[in-house]
Design a protein around this ligand. Structure first.
Ligand code: ADP
Length: 189
């Protein structure tokens, strides 16, 4: 069951992730970690060339895993780079890999004593993951992590557009409703 205090730590934010002055922003990177399009391109452009230089030293990242760098010219303190799965129809372990991106990123943030973390909608752009399913996985995984670990106190789910914001609102509402139902059934005599 997801407690109310966990849901209160999860915030939907519509806008550009590079502008957020949080402890860590998460980058939806590709396995090379050497920059790309979408949110990855925006982060590299805004952080500056030193980010690419540090990324070269990391020698890439496997799908579902995460690595950390400084944030250079960004207002955030650190960037956590994670590699989402490319959608292949749902039979290539995409769900577990996407879950792993959120979980590993939060674990890495906690290991570095970072308490506020902002995520883009990983894999839902160029990688083609259906946005509703991705939003549910994002919300469920973050909620589960926060239920089991109390160190991180705010997680921003960043929606770049209105449609993604709507999808996140509905995913969070679904999670809250499911959690209320479980609470009610447990309170039955
Ligand atoms: P992926 O390759 O993992 O699909 P993309 O960068 O193509 O990554 O897209 C992931 C999500 O990030 C999409 O929902 C896209 O709209 C969103 N996005 C793109 N630019 C930004 C930005 N500057 N801030 C926040 N989200 C962004």
């Amino acid at each position: 069951m997801i407690r109310q205090n966990v849901l209160e730590k999860m915030v939907i934010y519509r806008g550009d992730i590079v502008k957020l002055g949080v402890d860590a922003i998460v980058n939806a990177a590709n396995p090379s970690l050497l920059g790309g399009g979408g949110v990855d391109g925006a982060i590299h452009r805004a952080a500056g060339k030193e980010l690419l230089a540090e990324c070269y030293t990391l020698h890439g990242c496997a799908v579902g895993q995460a690595k950390i760098t400084d944030a250079y010219a960004l207002p955030a303190l650190k960037i956590i780079h994670t590699v989402g799965p490319i959608w292949q129809g749902g039979r290539a372990n995409e769900k577990e890999l996407l879950r792993s991106c959120y979980w590993q990123s939060l674990s890495l943030a906690e290991a570095h004593r970072l308490t506020t973390v902002a995520f883009p909608a990983i894999s839902t752009g160029a990688y083609g993951y259906p946005p509703q399913e991705a939003a549910l996985i994002a919300c469920q995984t973050v909620a589960q992590y926060l239920s089991e670990h109390s160190f991180i106190h705010k997680v921003y789910l960043v929606a770049f557009d209105f449609n993604t914001e709507k999808i996140y609102k509905s995913a969070l509402a679904q999670l809250a409703a499911a959690s209320k139902e479980t609470a009610n059934s447990q309170n039955q005599p």
